[in-house]
Design a protein around this ligand. Structure first.
Ligand code: GLU
Length: 444
């Protein structure tokens, strides 16, 4: 395989899908050398079979808003690869959703899920529906309409959706309800369900906690820990909230959180009480982060991201491409020691290069944010067993999964000078498992 040639070809075939091409290019560039050690891969054109999704469902979602207007949105499910297990991945509801974004997410999910050690393939779905400002009833009607199209393509051994941006416990509940009604079955077809109907304990916390468990492993390689370290967190949703919770538990100090309108800077750190306020603000009242600044009398910067602030640890937990080259240079100039991605692809390839050239700890989301889907995998196991595990049991398993992902990154990503290239490590480790499974299953 010649990564440059493959990418040129994909670019020609999918010219309007920059995020997808970006995600593929980062993976191909880091696996090229390893891939070419296996001539059998190229003989079966494994690279194209791995980059192009198995199938994509596209559909119209029609629903009625509170004023009686008939609304339409686009709905999608990208089933990327099921070589190692049923398709698995979240659903995103956000105005920016399009095929490029869902193809990048489904592609990343395939390698992430492979890294988790659990048997899950990769998928992603979503809609350009924006939950912002919608009433609870509108959200419910939209989720139900979305499922009337999708229900026939998902199932516990076929494709298991979950949450992502704009889709949390409430939306999963509504989608699961409609799925159950149409399929006449109660099964583990969704993860991230409510605790009362098959949801796993620790699933809400899992992505944020997992990121901090992974960060702790990275810091350990330098003989460091989180205690007393300052952190910049972006986002204020599920991932960001539980990231902050775990940082507080481990003695770190979170200076910032953000939403799409701007960020707050709290020099005293966001403590437990302030985090409770943010959780209520975001999860219950669905308010804006600027309200935190008003309540606690701290700085609020509208229309900006927090990356110019000085801190030891950077935890991007909002969305793709939120750290560009310029932001990365500011982060390095401010003396940061680690960047651990909670979001999917929050750093541009140019930003990643800045971190790696500076030889600071940097981990890609497919490794450090894999805790969420890992606990989803554990939820699938509990559903299949018709049992539920204790919070302690799930948390212990999450912890050991994050440790083994870290070990895999070190194994495949350690460079001759001892620097761990976590991008290379995660991509090679994730890729090899999927590649071997695909080879064993023939040309399909
Ligand atoms: N959306 C999450 C992710 O990006 C979780 C997916 C899942 O639990 O299936 O990994």
């Amino acid at each position: 395989m010649n990564a440059t040639k493959v990418l040129e070809d994909l670019n020609r075939r999918f010219p309007n899908e920059p995020e997808y091409i970006q995600a593929v290019s980062v993976v191909l560039n880091s696996i090229e050398e390893e891939y070419n050690k296996h001539p059998e891969f190229d003989k079966s054109n494994l690279v194209e079979r791995l980059c192009i999704p198995d199938r994509i469902y596209t559909f119209r979602v029609t629903w009625v808003d509170d004023k009686g207007n008939v609304q339409t949105n686009m709905g999608y499910r990208v089933q990327h690869n099921n070589a190692i297990g049923p398709y698995k991945g979240g659903v995103r509801f956000h105005a920016s959703v399009n095929l490029s974004i869902l193809k990048f997410l489904a592609f990343e999910q395939t390698f992430k899920n492979s890294l988790t050690t659990l048997p899950m393939g990769g998928a992603k779905g979503g809609s350009d529906f924006s939950p912002r400002g919608k009433s609870n009833n509108e959200i419910m009607r939209f989720c139900q309409a979305f499922m009337t199209e999708l229900w026939n393509h998902v199932g516990p051994d076929e494709d298991v959706p979950a949450g992502d941006i704009g889709v949390g416990g409430r939306e999963v509940g509504y989608m699961f309800g409609m799925y159950k009604k149409l399929s006449h079955q109660f099964s583990g077809t969704f993860t991230g369900k409510g605790r009362e109907f098959g949801g796993s304990l620790v699933r809400p916390e899992a992505t944020g906690y997992g990121n901090i468990y992974f960060l702790t492993e990275m810091l350990k390689t330098k003989g460091l820990d989180l205690n007393g370290k300052t952190c910049l967190v972006s986002g204020a949703g599920n991932v960001a909230q539980y990231t902050v919770e775990k940082v507080i538990q481990l003695g770190g100090k979170v200076l910032t959180m953000s939403d799409s309108d701007g960020y707050i800077y709290d020099p005293d750190g966001i403590d437990r009480e302030k985090l409770d306020y943010i959780m209520e603000l975001k999860n219950l009242y669905r308010g804006r982060i600027s309200e935190y600044a008003e309540k606690y009398g701290v700085k609020y910067v509208a229309g900006a991201k927090p990356w110019s602030e000085k801190a030891d640890i950077i935890l991007p937990s909002a969305t793709q491409n939120e750290i560009n080259e310029e932001a990365a240079k500011a982060i390095v100039a401010n003396g940061a020691i680690a960047v651990s991605e909670g979001a999917n692809m929050p750093c541009t390839p140019q930003a990643i290069k800045v971190f790696q050239d500076a030889k600071i700890l940097y981990s890609p989301g497919k490794a450090s944010n894999a805790g969420g889907v890992s606990v989803s995998g554990l939820e699938m196991t509990q559903n299949a067993e018709h049992l539920s595990w204790t919070a302690g049991e799930v948390d212990n398993r999450l912890h050991s999964i994050m440790k083994s992902i870290h070990e895999a990154c070190v194994k495949y990503g350690t460079e001759p000078d001892g620097y761990v290239n976590y991008v290379k490590g995660a991509n090679i480790a994730g890729f090899m498992k999927v590649a071997k499974a695909m080879m064993a299953q023939g040309i399909i």
